[in-house]
Design a protein around this ligand. Structure first.
Ligand code: PGA
Length: 262
């Protein structure tokens, strides 16, 4: 079976419920005709917008920005997998750089969330990436391997087919970020792919690997061309429906050629 191209956006703490609904209606209208056998298009709004979003997302999959590893209990401020199931979520984003670096989430916490997400039938989207300091010290590859090995501990090869992984170098993310040069991103994607194959055998080759961090209309094409890039995980450049649609239109033909007919 041909590989899926995965294109998604994390909205962080940005749009209100109303704004999310308007955005999703417009994006669904623009993208309604796109072939879904070869494209997984997803959007990850704030928790409060999820319920309204599920009523208007159409062909766009919805994700949650975080999730607790327990179903119920004394976890003030957390959101349970049961609650996410109620609002139509299919993807759970785990270990985004802002969760790790602002809120102190560890690989062990990410691992508990990955296992919990799998056991509840969600697609875990595990985010990994080195900091600028780790890159400067020449230990980026080691950090990426550690984040994958620890974050995916206990995942079986049979379940590996339900994962997505995003490579998001911390220094590339957000308003002050510099997008990774395609050569650099290509090298790191190769490290991630080797690690996934070492962990899961042939199933590791099928896990969608997305690049994220200051993706825009100019760099999306060169990034999509990289052999181990199966999709893009986009922040700011996707927060206008027309802007996201232009990126989708630019990269879809590239992924079609790379992935072959379905
Ligand atoms: P950005 O965000 O595209 O705005 O850099 C990426 C992300 O945090 O996923």
């Amino acid at each position: 079976m041909a590989k899926m191209c995965c294109l998604g956006s994390n909205n962080k703490m940005t749009m209100t419920i109303r704004e999310t609904v308007d955005y999703l209606r417009a994006l669904d209208f623009l993208t309604a005709q796109l072939p879904r056998e070869s494209l997984r298009l997803f959007f990850i709004p704030s928790f409060t917008a999820l319920s309204a979003a599920s009523a208007c997302a159409g062909g766009i999959d919805l994700g949650a920005q975080n999730m607790c590893w327990e179903e119920r209990g004394q976890f003030t401020g957390e959101v349970s997998p049961l609650m996410l199931r109620e609002v139509g979520v299919s993807i759970v984003e785990i270990g985004h750089s802002e969760r790790r670096h602002i809120f102190g989430e560890t690989d062990e916490m990410a691992n508990r969330k990955v296992l919990c997400a799998l056991s509840h039938g969600f697609t875990p989207l595990l985010c990994v990436g080195e900091t600028a300091e780790q890159r400067a010290c020449g230990i980026a590859d080691e950090i990426l391997r550690i984040q994958l090995i620890r974050g995916l501990r206990g995942v079986s090869a049979a379940d590996a087919g339900r994962l997505m992984v995003a490579y998001e170098p911390v220094w590339a993310i957000g308003a002050g970020g510099t997008p990774a040069a395609p050569d650099y991103a290509g090298e790191k994607h190769a490290v991630l792919r080797q690690t996934l194959c070492a962990l899961f055998g042939p199933a590791g080759a099928e896990i969608p690997l997305l690049y994220g961090g200051s993706v825009n209309l100019e760099n999306c094409g060169p990034l999509a061309l990289l052999p181990e890039v199966d999709g893009l995980f986009i922040g700011r450049s996707a927060w206008e429906p027309a802007g996201f649609y232009r990126i989708i239109q630019t990269v879809l033909p590239i992924f079609k050629i790379k992935n072959g007919p379905c």
